[in-house]
Design a protein around this ligand. Structure first.
Ligand SMILES: Cc1cc2nc3c(=O)[nH]c(=O)nc-3n(C[C@H](O)[C@H](O)[C@H](O)COP(=O)(O)OP(=O)(O)OC[C@H]3O[C@@H](n4cnc5c(N)ncnc54)[C@H](O)[C@@H]3O)c2cc1C
Length: 512
């Protein structure tokens, strides 16, 4: 990647080269007369463990991860969880498990019903079709010829195949494509993997754009604050080569720094809840109550673990190839629980000692529509101090009830005949009464890596951006990344974030 600084002044400055930022910068730079700067705090994505899609768990807490830990989880025995976030070109799409899940149509129709005109399922479907280069069977719902290579799973691990088969033993159908007419049932993930290598937004969007003379990509350039002239955003202040610099944007700054980075940059710039800013001595530019609030993540259990009969089959593709979506209550109109198979053992630090040293696989249940909400708050006006991340898992009883049902279904699937050739025994949790199972859930809950919502899009008092993604009360500034989701989608969050990037690029051009 080039990292040549051509100008101090651009038309657009994009902060953060992650799932959304790469899309925004690449699309805006398609107009040859427009100058675009993309600033990324991390370095390149060239590490072999980034490019090998099965190695994602090895990146946790390493130099390519921001290294964020949560506040003590008040409803999970005050445990502390790690929230991995990719710090490199591609952001979390360079760190993630390569599953491509667009979400349930109801996710987007709900956003639109809340006042976010233009974000309904039919509208976002147009963008998904524009994004995708789908390699599976032709379907009106899928796109071909777009930048993102998306493929059905070839030659899945027998552990993952058994999970898809196991659904029928508990009355859950298998679906051919969870990005097709329905996601509800068991299925193999679509993958953003090509020829055995990760295929991220860097490959799909940034690399084809990088030679454009009007696009400058600067790595190891961390934005600290927005540059504001009153309530107009005129650029960003960033550090590069240990030097503080300013890049000016004649049109707009688009903040794509992710669910932690975007609220952090706004708060450091005086955009956020006035009371919190006053306490830290940060001058208030816009009193926006919702900045850093509304944090939502899918709680994932680590996990229902099994000892394998013989040697564990080697993890394939992303090591987590199949999933299940279902309803914890038949009265619901769409799925609210998910589970994922893991072709390796998976337990929280508190429970990992219960596992034998090898030959284990896990089923990890999750709540796909959590009711609990958390926060991202600054603890200092110093940009080098990490914010306090309170994910607040299991704060609402509804999440515990949904998780109990998910655990029951997954244990039944794991005990079914589909696993007869693989399963030696269930290691944990085993048959537990309700109180003990809830205690197991509190000990084993962790992130599904899908935090969202901290710069919520909407039209109410808690909204940080309007439906055109413009920051309320500030001109020349948008946010476009997973932080703008009003509610987390029912599935994994990468594809919706790429879609948000595409939407942002269009909005910048049609509604300045
Ligand atoms: C381990 C893991 C596994 C996952 N697995 C999946 C999966 O299989 N499928 C799926 O759909 N989703 C998955 N996700 C979630 C998904 O990848 C994210 O929701 C999505 O990538 C978020 O995109 P984003 O653009 O909001 O943020 P990011 O991709 O995090 O991009 C933000 C970028 O901004 C940069 N940045 C932050 N602050 C600054 C600053 N101050 N200055 C400059 N740059 C800055 C960051 O370094 C980063 O590159 C996973 C995530 C992780 C971490």
């Amino acid at each position: 990647m080039t990292s040549v600084m051509n100008h101090d002044t651009y038309d657009y400055v994009v902060v953060g080269a992650g799932s959304a930022g790469c899309v925004v910068a690449a699309r805006l730079s398609e107009q040859p007369d427009v100058r675009v700067l993309l600033l990324e705090a991390g370095g390149p994505d060239s590490h072999p463990d980034v490019q090998n899609p099965v190695m994602w768990p090895t990146l946790f807490k390493g130099e390519l991860d921001w290294g964020y830990d949560t506040q003590p989880l008040r409803h999970a025995n005050d445990r502390i969880d790690h929230i991995p976030r990719g710090k490199m070109l591609g952001g979390c799409h360079s760190h993630n498990a390569s599953a491509w899940v667009r979400g349930h149509s109801a996710d987007f129709d709900t956003w639109a019903d809340q006042g976010n005109a233009g974000w309904d399922w039919q509208s976002v479907l147009r963008l998904y079709r524009k994004i995708e280069n789908w390699q599976g069977p032709a379907s009106e719902l899928r796109g071909t010829g777009g930048p993102m290579w998306v493929t059905p799973n070839a030659e899945p691990n027998p552990i993952a195949a058994a999970f898809v088969e196991a659904g029928s033993t508990v009355g859950i159908p298998s679906v051919a494509d969870n990005n097709g007419p329905t996601m509800e049932g068991t299925s193999f993930f679509n993958l953003t993997i090509k020829d055995g290598r990760r295929y991220s937004v860097v490959h799909a969007y940034l690399q084809p754009a990088i030679e454009r003379p009007n696009l400058t990509v600067l790595t190891c350039a961390e934005t600290q604050r927005l540059s504001l002239d009153g309530t107009r955003c005129v650029g960003v202040n960033y550090v590069h080569d240990d030097t503080e610099k300013t890049a000016f944007a004649e049109q707009e700054v688009i903040l794509c720094a992710g669910v932690i980075g975007s609220p952090r940059a706004l708060l450091l710039s005086g955009i956020g809840p006035a009371k919190d800013l006053n306490e830290l001595g940060i001058p208030v530019v816009a009193d926006l109550a919702g900045v850093g609030r509304n944090l939502q993540d899918h709680p994932l259990l680590g996990g229902i673990n099994y000892e394998c009969k013989g040697a564990l089959p080697e993890p394939r593709n992303n090591g987590a190839e199949s999933a299940m979506w279902w309803r914890s209550d038949p009265q619901l109109t769409s799925p609210n629980i998910q589970a994922v198979i893991l072709e390796f053992p998976f337990a929280t630090p508190e429970l990992v000692g219960r596992l034998p040293s090898e030959h284990c696989y896990a089923i990890a249940p999750s709540v796909a529509r959590p009711a609990s909400r958390g926060t991202v708050k600054l603890v200092s006006a110093d940009p080098s101090v990490a914010p306090a991340i309170d994910v607040n898992f299991l704060a609402r009883d509804a999440d515990i009830e949904a998780m109990l049902v998910a655990v029951d279904i997954c244990r039944e699937m794991g005990a079914s005949s589909a696993y007869n050739d693989l399963r030696k025994r269930e290691i944990m949790p085993g048959n537990l009464g309700r109180a003990d199972m809830i205690e197991f859930i509190r000990q084993s809950v962790s992130t599904y890596f899908h935090p969202t919502g901290t710069c919520k899009m909407g039209i109410d008092a808690q909204s940080v951006v309007d439906p055109e993604l413009r920051v309320c009360g500030i001109t020349g500034l948008r946010v476009a990344d997973a932080s703008v989701m009003p509610t987390v989608t029912t599935g994994n969050t990468n594809a919706p974030t790429v879609m948000i990037g595409e939407m942002a690029a269009e909005l910048v051009q049609v509604s300045p």
